[in-house]
Write a protein that binds this ligand. Structure first.
Ligand code: TRP
Length: 328
């Protein structure tokens, strides 16, 4: 018999296209582990993507590329439905009802929004962007998610979700659980330039990169600026490449630390070891990755199936919502 599951997890990501190592270490790896313990729902936040870019011409392709990588790393769509927010109309419906239960002042206080405004140099916001966390609350609560695995930047959104759930339950009747945030515990994997790994910055290693490509990229990665040539003692504790070794090459890290410190190991050799270790770490995914990226039709079928199953759950919740609100 199937083990009793501990609850429901709702995880989501905007459709950003091919996945990189940061996505893997920060999220996907976790999702794969959790699918045995919990009932998982994997949402593609394609409406959320429109809050910062209304251009829809690449959304489908980005979605398929992303999902091909999810499948390659081991997300099992039979256990855990994968679905697009935009294909289940209840997301829009619940978002509207929730938008009556939170003030604009509360949404303007959202620290993640403030940071985005600063980072993207935005002069003003579209209305939907202010409501970003309200849509996210609908995503989570439609499936009665108990646990939401997110990075730190998303924690304020789960807090808003909790507030909306409490407010709804107090106003109309108990429908929703109060979900918990599960913060990803490991430090974020930095990109090749030492900043946050991100597609828009162009400092990523992709899960679909071949070993040669990884080598080329790692060759350009920053290292200890004081170690100029082999023989110079290095400081692995501040070196980006050493961080990658720690994560992807644990059996050799001790030796690399020692030999970098003493100067015996030069940066070029160290980088090549690192590139091979990364290539080895992602090699179990390569075959499936290639397969799915050449069979987008099958990826789309996975989505359609997930949308049917998730849609049934969403419809049930929405019926309950309408009943307690006397909107039946
Ligand atoms: N806002 C999330 C992000 O940018 C994506 C997201 C949308 C999400 N809906 C969600 C995450 C529901 C968790 C649960 O990363």
């Amino acid at each position: 018999m199937e083990k009793k599951k501990k609850g429901r997890i709702l995880s989501g990501m905007r459709p950003t296209g091919k996945m990189h190592l940061g996505n893997y270490v920060g999220a996907l790896e976790n999702w794969v582990v959790m699918q045995g313990e919990f009932e998982n729902y994997h949402l593609i936040a394609d409406y959320h993507a429109l809050t910062t870019n209304p251009d829809t011409s690449e959304i489908l392709e980005n979605t398929l590329e992303m999902v091909a990588d999810w499948l390659a790393v081991g997300i099992n769509p039979e256990k855990s439905p994968i679905f697009r927010q935009s294909q289940i109309k209840e997301h829009a419906e619940l978002h509207l009802l929730f938008s009556m239960l939170i003030t604009t002042a509360r949404l303007e206080r959202n620290p993640t929004l403030k940071e985005q405004v600063k980072d993207l140099n935005m002069e003003s916001l579209v209305y939907g962007h202010l409501g970003y966390p309200v849509l996210q609350a609908a995503d989570i609560l439609l499936y009665k998610g108990n646990v939401v695995p997110v990075g730190e930047d998303q924690a304020p959104h789960v807090e808003i979700t909790r507030e909306i759930a409490r407010k709804f339950n107090a106003t109309y009747g108990e429908v929703f659980p109060i979900p918990k945030t599960k913060l990803t515990t490991f430090a974020r994997l930095p990109g090749l330039d030492g900043n946050k790994m991100s597609k828009s910055v162009g400092n990523t290693i992709l899960l679909s990169d071949e070993e040669e490509e990884i080598k080329k990229k790692i060759r350009k990665a920053i290292t200890d600026p004081q170690k100029i040539r082999r023989g110079d003692p290095g400081r692995p504790e501040i070196c980006l490449v050493y961080t990658y070794h720690q994560r992807f090459n644990s059996t050799e890290t001790e030796e690399i630390f020692k030999n970098c410190k003493s100067g015996a190991l030069g940066c070029v050799d160290c980088k090549m070891k690192c590139a091979s270790a990364i290539a080895d770490a992602i090699s179990p995914f390569t075959e499936k990755q290639r397969y799915y990226s050449q069979h987008f039709g099958e990826v789309l079928d996975v989505l359609k199936d997930g949308e049917q199953r998730a849609g049934a759950v969403a419809a049930d919740t929405m019926k309950e919502v309408r009943d307690v609100m006397s909107l039946g």
